[in-house]
Each structure stands twice: as structure tokens, then as C-alpha cells.
Ligand binder design. Sequence first.
Ligand SMILES: NC(=O)c1ccc[n+]([C@@H]2O[C@H](COP(=O)([O-])OP(=O)(O)OC[C@H]3O[C@@H](n4cnc5c(N)ncnc54)[C@H](O)[C@@H]3O)[C@@H](O)[C@H]2O)c1
Length: 246
Amino acid sequence: MIRKMFAVVTGAQGGIGCAIVNRLLSDGFFVIAIDKTDRGIFSEHKNVINLSCDISDEDSVRTTFSTISKKCDRLNVLVNLAGINHKSSIKDMQISKWDNLFRTNVGGMFLTVKHALHMMKAGKNASIINFSSIAGHVASKDYPAYVTSKAAVESFTIGLSKELSEYGIKVNAVAPGWVNAGFTDAARSQSDNPDELEEAARKAHLMGRMAEAEEIASVISWLANSKSNFITGQIVFVDGGLMRVH
Ligand SMILES: NC(=O)c1ccc[n+]([C@@H]2O[C@H](COP(=O)([O-])OP(=O)(O)OC[C@H]3O[C@@H](n4cnc5c(N)ncnc54)[C@H](O)[C@@H]3O)[C@@H](O)[C@H]2O)c1
């Protein structure tokens, strides 16, 4: 059994996930890095365990947390980062795509909390951090399932903060604006004119740019830390002022 501070991060091998894992490692955590696709990142790191898990599948989540419980006797931090998006107008959206997105973005977060809870209750000053997005707040077309799922992440966060307060577990959500990683890299590689994306980001954010993944990770670091112990049930916007422009 390893003895130190333990953090689980889902979607750990994605663009934002890598920055969060690196930040938590530099904060002194032992990190259990969960992802559906193991790209071998962190495989050589002595303070990381990579686990393949599909968070939308309860058997996979149950098995993963059972493995974790054999290695750690408690969890201090759970970062529910894994998520997918799907571009489609409502007219063309297939219900199977809608269901799959909800099973991942909303159901996955519910399942990890459900199966991590007994270990989080044993962790001192435990912290759960869910990933929302400004997409749940501003009018955007062609992502109906994604924007609705992110609003659901926030409602779940608020309800859970009450349910877990008796154990001293704080529960918050982070809502980034555009981040220069992950989904944005994918959009950039599919775009005929990637420069347009930078120009749109300049106009969309008061700060005149999108966030770097490390700037999101530094907020996760603070929410994972006991310095934020009186913060719970909150949606923390890390959006460079985007919400004030719209
Ligand atoms: N990039 C942005 O601009 C941005 C902005 C706001 C919010 N977000 C949120 O940040 C999170 C991470 O996004 P990213 O940009 O790093 O994207 P990403 O695609 O690089 O990372 C997502 C990770 O989740 C994993 N994943 C997907 N489905 C999974 C499943 N069923 N089980 C386990 N793992 C699964 C993927 O393999 C991937 O590694 C998402 O929740 C997204 O909604 C991103």
C-alpha cells in the first residue's frame, strides 16, 4: 500500500489532462491516470499509475476502482475531466450519439463518484472537481448534446456538494473558456483556416486569447489544496472574461 496524497484524474491522457497530471505531480500527489485510450503517456513515471477505463461503462469503472483500492487506502482528489463532444445540428443529431455523449459526460462522472466515494470518505480534506464549460452558459449552435451535458455537470455538482458536505468533501466544477489543447487542437486540425480560430478567440475573451492548459491546471491545483477548503458547490469560471463579453 502506497502512503501519500492520492489523486484520480479521468481523461488524463488528453490535452488538458496531461497538464493537470503534471501539475498534481509537481504538487506532490501520487496520480492514478485514467483514460479510455492508453497512449503510453506517464507510463515511465514512478508516481503515476495508468489505468484503462471506459467511464461510461459501470463494469469498467467498478473494476478500475477495485484495482485502485488495492493500491491506495484513500483518495484525496477526484478530477472528472474525461469528456467528448459531437458537432451536429439538432435536425441531424442521432439519438445514439446523444445517448453516448450523455453516458460519457454525465453518466461517467456519476459512476466515478459512486465507485470512488468509500475511498474519498477516508481521504482528508477530499475534493471532487468536475469539468463543465462556458458552453453550458452561452448560446452556441450545432453542439446540442454537449452544451446540455455541461449544464447537467453543474447541476450534479451542486446536488453532490450538499450530499457530501457531511463528510467534509468539497465538490466544485470548473468551467473553462477555450483552451489551447485537446478539443481545440482537434478543431484546428480539421479547419481550412486555423488562423480564424485564433482571431475568434481574441474576440471572444476579454483577455484577448484562449487559455493554456497549464492555466486550467493551476486552478485544479488550488481546488485540490486545503487552501480552498471553504469553497464548495461552486462553478469556477476560468474563461478569460468570455462570459462578460457575451
Ligand atoms: N479544450 C477546450 O477548449 C475545453 C473547453 C472547455 C471544457 N473542456 C472540457 O475539458 C475536458 C477535456 O477536454 P480536452 O480538450 O482535454 O479533450 P481531449 O479529447 O484531449 O481529452 C479528453 C480525454 O477523455 C478521454 N475519454 C473520452 N471518453 C472517455 C471514456 N468513455 N472513458 C474514459 N476516458 C474517455 C479521451 O480518450 C481523452 O484522452 C472535457 O470534459 C471538455 O468538455 C475543454
